[in-house]
Ligand binder design. Sequence first.
Ligand code: HEM
Length: 392
Amino acid sequence: MSNLSRRNVLSLGVALGMVTAANAVPAWASTAGADPWWVWDDEIDRLLAELVDGGRVPAVNAALRSWTDNADPLPAGLPADLADWLRRVNRLPSWADPAKLRRAADFNRRKDTYLFLLYGLGSGIMSTVIPREARSVYWSAGGADMQDRAAKTFTFGYDLSEAGAFEPSGQFVVTANKTRLVHAAVRHLLPRSAHWRAVADEQVPISNGDILVTFHSLGTFVHRKLKDWHVPMSAADEDAFLHQWQVAIHLLGVRDEFIPQTWAAADAQSVQVLTPLLAPTPEGQELAADLLGLTAQIDLGVTRGFLNEFVRYVLSDEVGDWLGLPRDYAAATLIRTGWPAYIAFREGLLPIAPAGFYLFDQFVRALAMLFLDKGTSPTSTPITIPTGNRPG
Ligand code: HEM
């Protein structure tokens, strides 16, 4: 189907054979002075290195536990320099637009089922074919317990998507800052892992460039898919969704000069820096098997073959082949015809429910419940700063 191959080309480009050697990162054609592959988060990286080496991370984690809402005062018991840093960064950037952020929250609510599905089965599995990300996640402490790690990542997605995420009663600003601390610790810890050093193509992980790549696997990818799937979105919705992500990546420590200003710029950057990077790695293959195994444990009302084919449908057959997902051609046919019809009916563009409607409906609802269940108990899997790498 021309539509299908167009989607592959647009969103991933792997069909064009644009995949380079797994260890090469594409040059960053940026007008900005600095190169995002060589920018990290110097001030907090230095601080976290000291805290890790001084054995002070468990005390920091204990202090941070009760700190959840954007309006919460900083908890007592933090080292003075960390408290000072958090006081400076734990706020929205001056360019954040509250009206757009409110619209983004409303958009997230209106489109939630597609978003859960695309972030979960699309971005989540795509992260396993981004070699740097797969290797660092695998060889960091969290790689040994994917269930726990997936739950923490849910916390981030939930806090970002929630109504009022960026308002004083929301939690996203705090969650983003905790994540920024985790990343800073990982930059100090992973280079000490002999396993990671043996496979890594970089000295220090999680540069600004890497974070932008991950943003493209999340926000840019999801936006592109919603367009390709003809999900109705107003220009204001699209703009608000971008704005929410711009603020999010700012809060994760990406310099403003690198943040794409339009979806067109984001799409172009994604084609330039994400698409050519995608490649399988042994670490990513194992992570994907773990993630899909976890998802398959939940009763989604569909077979494992359907789940595998949905991943192929969303991410392309190339990615499905890299991950060794067995084929289920009957499920593939059902998805290819049934999913566009399902969307059209849901969006009021088809008068009668198409065949397979209830199967798809149960599937997206079960995925949403899975997400929301985790979301309602975020304190059960708080984001904590790691003190070591994957054992073994
Ligand atoms: C940890 C989100 C980019 C590697 C985390 C956590 C969140 C998160 C929520 C805390 C949960 C946990 O500890 O597992 C994000 C978002 C990103 C991003 C939203 C970009 C938009 C990256 C990139 C890399 C990376 C680019 C590597 C190339 C890691 C690692 C951990 C982590 C290794 C620690 C896992 C552990 O606990 O051992 N990230 N991340 N992240 N992230 Fe990221």
